[in-house]
Design a protein around this ligand. Structure first.
Ligand code: 16G
Length: 239
């Protein structure tokens, strides 16, 4: 499969050969690929050449290295449409994944100015600060920090832990209307890396959402850190 007389660099040919195996489904996602030594022997090239091909495929997201284990075909990313105003629970269920949360902390705190302004409340007014790891089929997907004004509705720790915040809000009789959301590229810091089970400095998507009720009152201010290796956002465009 490798043509040593071709003007195409050897590492590039190896890259293409590996990509083909992945695209054809011959190598399924999350399975381990052969070692550098095995590749080098099979293709009769140097390990340096193999390493270069693998490095490129890791950088492009096709392959993932796991320390002390080996190199794996990357997991398929969850595709989320940027369309309706949906909750994490709804998003995961609609894709056939089992949603869950791990509650990191749940407390009432005084709103600092930035948060108070966003929630249109007085500075130092009481707010809930909820930190949750959001999981899909037991795999951590996002680390989410949510602020909700305490005077708006009473939240119960066990409900937020087990269920959906949006269901809680709707069950209390509120109607969620719209949100403004931003999406930025970022890299994971140490705490996030531990929580999301990714390496420090890995690519993440930073999402900030401000959600409003039909009454016009802000419901929540949320900051979510999504794993860049597991998540991608899709948008349909029409011209
Ligand atoms: C999503 C929302 C978040 C909302 C949460 C409610 C993004 C970026 N964020 O994670 O703003 O608080 O859903 O989820 O999509 P829940 O109803 O499952 O608790």
């Amino acid at each position: 499969m490798i043509d040593k007389t071709s003007p195409m660099p050897l590492y590039f040919q190896i890259e293409e050969a590996i990509k083909q195996k992945i695209d054809k489904g011959e190598w399924e996602s999350e399975t381990m690929i052969p070692s550098e030594r095995e590749f080098a022997e099979n293709y009769e090239v140097s390990r340096m050449t193999v390493r270069q091909a693998i490095n490129n495929l890791v950088n492009d997201g096709y392959l993932t290295r796991q320390k002390g284990k080996g190199t794996f075909v990357s997991a398929n990313k969850i595709e989320q449409k940027l369309l309706g105003l949906t909750s994490f629970t709804e998003d995961m269920k609609s894709r056939g994944y089992k949603p869950a949360s791990r509650l990191i902390s749940f407390q009432k705190i005084a709103a600092e100015r930035r948060v108070a302004t966003a929630l249109e409340i007085e500075e130092n007014q009481e707010i809930y600060e909820i930190k949750r790891v959001r999981l899909a089929n037991e795999i951590p997907m996002a680390f989410e920090t949510t602020y909700v004004p305490v005077d708006l509705l009473e939240l119960n720790e066990s409900h937020v832990k087990q269920g959906s915040l949006y269901s809680e809000v709707e069950n209390a009789g509120f109607v969620i209307d719209y949100a403004t959301q931003s999406l930025e590229a970022s890299i994971s810091r140490e705490v996030e890396s531990e929580i999301l089970e990714i390496t420090k400095g890995a690519a993440v998507l930073l999402i900030k959402r401000q959600t409003y009720l039909t009454s016009g009152r802000p419901l929540e201010l949320v900051q979510s850190v999504y794993r860049g290796d597991r998540y991608k956002f899709m948008i349909d465009m029409k011209r």
